[in-house]
Ligand binder design. Structure first.
Ligand code: FAD
Length: 911
């Protein structure tokens, strides 16, 4: 049969390499290709049919192709995940972007696709299936040898974490009257508590010794001639996968089921055995279930005759177990005899049989991240599942699932190798098992990230109202339940102020709104602002485990939701403050750094006054970021929360001009936080800068936002822009200027940026909004001069085209001029948004204050300057950055101000 699917083509192209490596000999290679050919033929016939019909009609496909419904459904799922059904609007659920943008269609891009190793469940199947031995699994996860990899994507198609079709999810033996169903642990036939009768097994076994006894029975009966199991490795308690080949070898198997064993990595090596048993955790069973359909459409490894599943509460790799023992029990594996998980506790027995235990909740952080995707306690794809939950010590709970499993268990009973007692549905054991199994069920919800509704582009360019509307209650609930509640949440580390994100999301989904607010405000007093303008995509959301599949939790949306809920309900929740210390601290600047520092210090009981140069607070939040992105009412409101903490704000106070630093000292302030930002605009060093109509973004935005030029004549600040506006730059400031210009009535707005779209530092969401609104972008373009008319008004901008060279210090590829590529752009106004630098007004007035060569304040890690009572943070230390990083710096400085003041003043109460 001549099937030239991309997958088969790759394998055939690398036939010599595959045979040289020796994983397959000629005959085995042909078997592999034949299996795949058959599967790919069916798949592509189905695809052709769908293409012809323009829709999925299962009955019609069944009639015309003569395939079973199950086969068709599974293949459709496979085609969808491959990104081949996008034409009928069926998109991959996972890794969507990578797959849809992949150049090679009809093949999973490559192993590198599973970018996030934390997703790995540890089954080791990828090692077995790789035809060129390019994958190694000896540590806690896989490592890929890029030189060996042939990018066939076979590993990805088999990996149980890449996608798991819903059709494969439930196990049911058709029309079997003996089958019962319990949601928590799926289909089953019988439930027992059982114990081995074999004294030798009893002496070494954990619990009832059932797994070893079942394997013994199978060997005795000649039912199997090999079994995957676990043995102790070279390090204490380190389990390694082995292939047991005789009944005698069985007693050698031992180890602990709580460390993950990549049993399936030796799967391929056992291909010469025709009757194999596999013992493994739910992820191993799931991997086997998947590979029995994908990528071959039928079991390729058809030598597995018995699957014994192990219950699994939480899985650890060996290194994590060592960490757990060391940190929580203060022991090392060599001191341990046995470990167990029972009744919500992790239990260890030392060599003297002393027992110690701790709640599982406390050790979750040591578990494998990939386990958050598993909702299966009892290994539901096995023939028989075995575990300790629901049984007395020395006994095992046994779930008989398939007819094969039932017959086999009966043989062990008939041979008097096992004794059993039935577990009745109304029993305590059954209740325990169901309860614990349902506690696992809650984990992974397969659902798309919610999309926020927003003002339509053609409407919003005529007003300054906020663009996104926020989430509805329903959307919030859907989104909140997607959170995996990771034991060691990476999102918290990704947040510069370490908001305890999973905890606040958990409270949200339980609809405990006020506690959720407290939870956020404990780390961040400005959630309504951060929920709107933080670049979550590069911070908390960037670390979210779900992001590896393409769609991280919308943490920013949820943060905004709860803050808006507070406003809607006219509440003002603010955390408890410590008793007043009576010590005065001055905060200079009311941007995010100053506000965060003031809030944190107020909560610690200090008497805080903010000094702000402008007549309104908020810094860039008020004068820079436009109303349609961040309504000023919200900024005002968040500042009001600070006032509830007794923070005082002095507006129109320019420290270094209207008041000196010495004045502040005389006023009794004992410590100072400088958060004056980096608001001094930078200009291009080209001619025509002084023409009328060439503005800095700073001036343009301040006029529009702070002075409310967009509401002229209601506010007395006119602004003249003309018809064609060009904006120079590619950051948030450039985009804000461009979108403001559109709303002020410009007919055409062009952004000129010297690098490419990829290097643009602006938030992606804002970039997409700008495109929707009709802002034009000319990438790899740089102005060389501005040209004016006789009256001195700008009328054109001469630009030159650029190409990208090697990466510069910022890590971005540096732009290089293309000779003789100049051209002219007509323009009525030019807005220059190429960055800002430190404003020297305050820093010059404190001559001893140490600055770096660019004029930014130098501080130590804790935010303290070379003058012990002066601390600083935000843009004035780092240069232009983000709202949340400025807040993080403000909070950090507040902690060290507190320490400094405690040491120096608390004994005599600040006097
Ligand atoms: P600022 O916000 O600049 O506040 C400094 C304050 O100090 C000002 O109020 C100023 O008036 C006052 N001040 C200055 N000198 C004195 C003095 N001598 N005496 C008294 N007061 C003084 N970041 C994001 O995370 N997301 C975004 O979407 C985003 N968009 C942006 C859009 C624009 C247009 C701009 C300009 C910046 C944007 N940023 C964004 C960056 C972010 O706003 C800044 O990194 C952040 O505001 C810095 O905070 P700060 O407190 O250090 O300084």
């Amino acid at each position: 049969m001549d099937v030239k699917s991309p997958l088969i083509k790759v394998l055939m192209d690398h036939k010599t390499k595959i045979l040289e490596i020796g994983k397959y000999n000629q005959i085995e290679f042909e078997k592999l290709i034949n299996s795949l050919t058959e599967a790919e033929r069916e798949r592509f016939l189905i695809l052709e049919k769908i293409k012809k019909d323009g829709l999925i009609d299962i009955k019609r496909i069944q009639n015309e192709l003569g395939l079973s419904e199950e086969n068709i459904l599974n293949n459709i799922e496979y085609l969808k995940e491959l990104g081949l059904l996008v034409f009928i609007d069926k998109h991959p659920r996972f890794f969507k972007e990578i797959i849809e943008n992949s150049e090679k269609k009809g093949i999973f891009p490559s192993t590198k696709l599973i970018k996030e190793k934390n997703l790995c469940c540890g089954c080791g199947l990828c090692v077995a299936i790789c035809p060129v031995n390019a994958i190694d699994y000896s540590g806690g996860s896989f490592v890929i040898d890029e030189d060996l990899c042939i990018n066939c994507g076979l590993c990805f198609s088999a990996c149980p974490r890449s996608f798991f079709p819903k059709e494969l999810e439930k196990l049911e033996e058709n029309h079997d009257p003996n089958i019962k169903f319990v949601n928590q642990f799926n289909y089953y036939r019988d439930l027992f508590t059982a114990q081995t009768t074999e004294p030798r097994i009893k002496s070494v076994a954990q619990d009832g010794g059932i797994v070893t006894t079942l394997l013994k029975t199978a060997f005795k009966q000649g039912y199997i001639n090999g079994s995957f199991a676990v043995t102790i490795g070279d390090q204490p308690l380190k389990p390694l996968p082995i292939l047991v080949e005789s009944e005698e070898d069985l007693l050698k198997t031992a180890g602990t089921k709580y460390t993950n064993v990549p049993v399936l990595k030796i799967f391929h090596d056992a291909r010469d055995h025709d009757k194999i048993a596999v013992v493994g955790t739910p992820c191993i069973m799931k991997a086997l279930r998947k590979i029995s359909f994908f990528p071959f459409n039928k079991p390729f490894y058809d030598n597995i005759v018995l699957k014994i599943g192990l219950f699994c509460m939480e899985s650890f790799d060996y290194d994590k177990i060592v960490e757990l023992l060391k940190n929580e029990f203060h022991v090392y594996p060599s001191d341990i005899k046995k470990m167990n998980i029972d009744r919500g506790k992790f239990i260890i027995y030392d060599q003297e049989s002393n027992i110690s235990n701790i709640p599982i909740k406390r050790i979750k952080k040591y578990g494998r991240f990939g386990c958050f995707f598993c909702d299966d306690l009892t290994a539901e794809y096995a023939d028989i599942s075995v575990g300790s939950i629901g049984s007395e010590p020395g006994w095992s709970t046994v779930i008989i699932r398939t007819k094969k499993g039932a017959e086999f268990f009966q043989q062990a009973l008939d041979m008097n190798l096992i004794t059993k007692k039935e577990i009745k549905e109304e029993s305590k054991s059954f209740e325990d098992l169901s309860r614990i199994a349902s506690s696992k069920l809650k984990k992974y919800v397969e659902q798309r990230r919610v999309k926020m509704l927003q003002q339509p582009p053609n409407e919003r360019i005529n007003n300054f109202e906020e663009v996104p509307y926020g989430l509805t209650d329903e959307m919030m609930k859907l989104e909140a339940q997607r959170c995996l509640q990771c034991g060691l949440p990476l999102c918290v580390t990704g947040c510069p102020v370490n908001i305890r994100i999973p905890e606040f999301i958990k409270l949200l989904r339980e609809e405990k709104y006020v506690p959720a607010l407290y939870k956020i405000k404990g780390s961040n007093l400005l959630p309504a602002i951060c929920g709107r303008v933080c670049p979550q995509e590069t911070q908390c959301e960037n670390s979210c485990l779900l992001g590896s599949l393409g769609e991280p939790i919308a943490i920013g949306y949820l943060e905004r939701y709860i803050a808006d809920w507070e406003r809607r309900n006219k509440l003002k929740e603010c955390p408890e403050c410590a008793p007043p210390t009576g010590i005065k601290v001055a905060v200079i600047g009311s941007g995010p750094a100053g506000l965060a520092c003031a809030g944190e210090l107020a909560m610690r009981g200090y008497d805080i006054t903010i000094f702000e140069a402008f007549h309104a607070g908020g810094g860039v939040l008020t004068y820079g970021i436009p109303e349609f992105r961040l309504p000023k009412e919200i900024v005002k409101d968040e500042i009001e929360t600070l006032k509830m903490l007794d923070v005082k704000v002095n507006y129109n106070a320019i420290i270094g001009k209207t008041l000196s630093f010495e004045d502040l000292k005389e006023m009794g302030f004992k410590a100072f936080f400088i958060g004056v930002g980096a608001g001094l605009p930078m200009f291009l060093n080209i001619s025509g800068l002084n023409l009328n109509g060439v503005l800095s973004a700073n001036e343009f935005l301040t006029r529009s936002n702070l002075m409310k030029a967009y509401r002229f004549p209601e506010y007395d600040t006119p602004i003249k822009i003309g018809k064609i506006i060009t904006v120079v730059g590619g950051g948030n400031v450039a985009l804000d200027s461009a979108r403001t210009a559109l709303r002020l009535g410009a007919e055409r707005v062009i952004i000129v940026y010297r690098r490419s779209e990829e290097e643009m530092p602006a938030r992606r969401e804002e970039y997409h909004h700008a495109i929707e609104e009709g802002v034009e972008f000319q990438f790899l373009t740089n102005p060389v001069r501005f040209i004016g008319d006789e009256a001195g008004n700008v009328k054109q901008m001469e630009v030159v085209q650029m190409k990208l060279g090697e990466p510069d210090q910022s890590g971005r590829r540096s732009p290089i001029t293309i000779e003789n590529s100049e051209y002219l752009i007509d323009t009525d106004t030019v807005i220059v948004a190429v960055g800002t630098k430190a404003n020297p007004v305050l820093t010059k007035s404190i001559p001893d204050l140490k600055l770096n060569k660019w004029g930014y304040i130098e501080t130590n890690e804790e935010g303290q300057t070379n003058i012990e009572e002066i601390f600083a943070g935000g843009d004035i230390v780092t240069g232009s950055a983000t709202v949340i990083s400025a807040m993080g710096a403000g909070k950090k400085a507040a902690k060290s101000i507190d320490e400094y003041l405690r040491k120096k003043y608390t004994k005599n109460n600040g006097k």
